[in-house]
Design a protein around this ligand. Structure first.
Ligand SMILES: Cc1ncc(COP(=O)(O)O)c(C=O)c1O
Length: 386
């Protein structure tokens, strides 16, 4: 069959340049030291979170049994949305079954016919796909288009907006970027956006729980929460240790998404047990200033240790640290050797890197004991041989 042999050929070509990917199912309670996942605050396995989820599992059953507008909305979803709106200091919040779908839905809602979307060059794939979906094809808006702006560059955003006078515009950025862990200049982006009457959409996925008072995120920290021209999205799968996504902003946006948002309407709701677990995690996260202090101390320790070994390391603004590898192959075998020595690290290669460079991505998990964390850094340094 020719389509299968085409896939075989493409797979062989990817393997040739070190871009084959592999699933590694982990058993319950595996002994790997986790510097690869996104459970920054160690809440995924917290007893209060598990108890809340288990209680809801018994009370509501496994699945949500329907989309949100049919049978999938439970009182837990409503309470979670209230709690998230309050935490993110927005008028309203709408929960999705993933952060990916939240981004697709939010961007599509903000893009109107003729809208110009200005998207940061390092934005996550879900934002990139959201821009594509909103601007192109049969579902796209007539005359809408996306311009990719140089990374974290408000002056470049200004030039792009200035070059398209009179067009409605949306500026889209992550707050803490998922690959390099750097913080976007949110305040300046907001000022530029306002100057041109543009909306600012911020994906706060990697800052929620980590930055801002009570872990309210980078948008709150920048003093932008609740502004009528700011929309926040986030995933519940990182510092909350759960799953699901959220779009937060003015009540009119929520109404619009409920009435028209395809990734909200045509998708089975988040399982109620996950909503209950996320709610319990949110409560712990709010009170988690000690966890945030440990995370910050660990980030600096890791950067110092890795830089002292001569490695090229990003400067983390939250819990993501990127360590450059000389090639995709080198990154792959480095991560593999770490894994064989019991340390799980992220291995990011094109197309998952914004600049085509391969790296290890380390994520800080405060659930890892500090001695074990220090040993894991030693392992990463020792295995950096190519
Ligand atoms: C910045 C960012 N936005 C969105 C997502 C998607 O969230 P989810 O995994 O909940 O679909 C991720 C990662 O998973 C992310 O890193």
């Amino acid at each position: 069959m020719s389509w299968l042999s085409t896939m075989d050929e493409e797979a062989a070509a990817r393997a040739e340049v070190g871009l084959a990917r592999e699933l590694r199912p982990r058993p319950a309670g595996d002994a790997m030291i986790d510097l690869a996942g996104n459970d920054y605050l160690g809440l995924a396995g917290h007893p209060d979170v598990i108890a809340a989820a288990a209680g809801a599992l018994a009370a509501y059953g496994l699945g949500a049994t329907g989309s949100r507008l049919v049978r999938g909305s439970t009182d837990l979803h409503a309470v979670l949305e209230e709690a998230l709106a309050q935490h993110l200091q927005c008028d309203s919040a709408l929960v999705y079954s993933s952060g990916y779908l939240a981004n697709l839905g939010a961007i599509r809602a903000l893009v109107r016919p003729g809208t110009l979307v200005v998207s940061d060059a390092h934005n996550h794939a879900s934002i990139v796909d959201g821009c594509r979906l909103a601007c192109a094809g049969r579902l796209g808006r007539c005359g809408a288009s996306t311009v990719v702006a140089p990374h974290a560059d408000p002056a470049a955003v200004r030039s792009i907006l200035a070059a398209h006078p009179g067009r409605p515009a949306v500026v889209v950025t992550e707050s803490v970027f998922s690959v390099d862990g750097d913080l976007a200049p949110l305040r300046q982006l907001y000022e530029v956006s306002r100057q041109f009457g543009a909306l600012l959409m911020v994906d706060d996925a990697h800052a929620l729980g980590i930055r801002g008072a009570s872990g309210a995120g980078a948008v709150v920290e920048a003093g932008l929460a609740g502004q009528p021209d700011v929309v926040v999205t986030a995933t519940l799968s990182k510092s909350l240790g759960a799953a699901g996504g959220v779009v937060a902003g003015p009540a009119q946006l929520r109404r619009h998404l409920v009435d028209t948002g395809r990734t909200f309407i045509y998708d089975t709701a988040l399982p109620p047990a996950v909503a209950a677990g996320a709610l319990a995690a949110l409560d712990l996260l709010r009170r988690g200033s000690e966890l945030r202090a440990v995370l910050a101390a660990r980030s600096s320790l890791a950067v110092d240790r890795l830089r002292a070994a001569g490695l090229e390391v990003s400067t983390p603004d939250a819990g993501v640290i990127s360590v450059t590898a000389p090639s995709a192959d080198a990154a792959y075998s480095w991560a593999k050797r770490c894994r064989e020595r019991g340390v799980a690290v992220g291995c990011f290669r094109p197309p998952s890197t914004p600049d085509g460079r391969s790296r290890l991505r380390l994520t800080i998990n405060v659930g890892v004991p500090s001695r074990v964390f220090a040993d894991a850094l030693d392992t990463i340094v020792k295995e950096a041989v190519w």
